[in-house]
Design a protein around this ligand. Structure first.
Ligand SMILES: [Zn+2]
Length: 271
């Protein structure tokens, strides 16, 4: 897809997502210190009315000058032949750069990606610098119209999310986080209802990096630096073929945000 169209479309997703905001993103579940919940249980938001999956977009200013970089590891269920032909949906250099710069990050992985790159999935999942979260198994659409992605029937939505968790376990990701990012960021009430029983918190974003199909790292840098404010969630990609300049952009973004006093955190620290 044409870069401009894709980036404009991502902006539309963000706009639509704001309009469809659901749940109480800035009111975490009341888990008082010393409560019965085991300390290792990752924080989630309370479900919305009727058990709707809650949606988190960014943290309040009370969290201070922190920012969460999130990376979608995209591969759809139909892209196996392209991977076999040599297309790379992974981005090991990006992961190396995050490690070298000591940047904590949350990786929203599709189950299909974990099947294609099990060693990388396991290494990311076992590195305390990172956390692995769910980006569906198939990367199919959870709404009628989502960038032309194949549509997932409502009756199969929950199974698709659970299939991704199963793929993570098979790859050796010990403790994937109960966070879910909708493919394309597209969701509606039916999708939120369909996933209610999975117990996940949906995680959107407030800063679109524009790295999907970008060819100019400087443009990505400008989008991120212009958009980040305290508590922001930035969406980027860990998929070389579809986001080839992300790693280069990070080499500027990370020191510049640190210079401005920001600390990088994982999504679990913001929720
Ligand atoms: Zn995606």
């Amino acid at each position: 897809m044409n870069t401009f169209v894709r980036r404009a479309a991502l902006g539309c997703v963000l706009g639509a997502a704001v309009l469809m905001a659901c749940g109480t993103p800035e009111a975490p579940r009341a888990t008082a210190p010393g409560s019965a919940a085991p300390p290792s249980r990752p924080p989630t938001l309370a479900p919305g009315p009727g058990g709707l999956t809650p949606v988190f977009r960014r943290a309040g200013r009370a969290h201070g000058k922190v920012v969460a970089l999130t990376f979608d590891a995209d591969m759809t269920a139909g892209q196996g032949a392209r991977a076999a032909a040599g297309e790379r949906f992974d981005n090991p250099r990006l992961i190396r750069t995050l490690r070298r710069l000591e940047v904590p990050a949350t990786v929203f992985m599709t189950g299909r990606w974990a099947e294609e790159y099990p060693r990388q999935a396991r290494a990311i999942g076992r590195d305390p610098l990172f956390e692995v979260a769910n980006h569906s198994y198939s990367h199919h659409a959870f709404t009628e119209d989502c960038y032309g992605l194949p549509r997932l029937p409502v009756a199969r939505m929950r199974a698709d999310v659970e299939r991704a968790f199963a793929a993570f376990r098979r790859a050796g990701v010990a403790r994937p986080m109960p966070y879910f990012r909708f493919p394309g960021g597209c969701y509606d009430r039916r999708a939120l209802r369909a996933l209610g029983a999975t117990g996940v918190t949906a995680v959107q974003w407030d800063v679109v990096s524009g790295d999907a199909f970008a060819t100019d790292a400087r443009a990505v840098v400008a989008e991120v630096l212009g958009g980040v404010r305290p508590g922001s969630v930035v969406v980027m990609h860990c998929t070389r073929s579809a986001a080839p300049v992300t790693e280069r952009a990070l080499r500027t973004i990370v020191p510049e945000l640190r210079e401005r006093g920001y600390r990088f955190v994982k999504v679990s620290e913001l929720i």
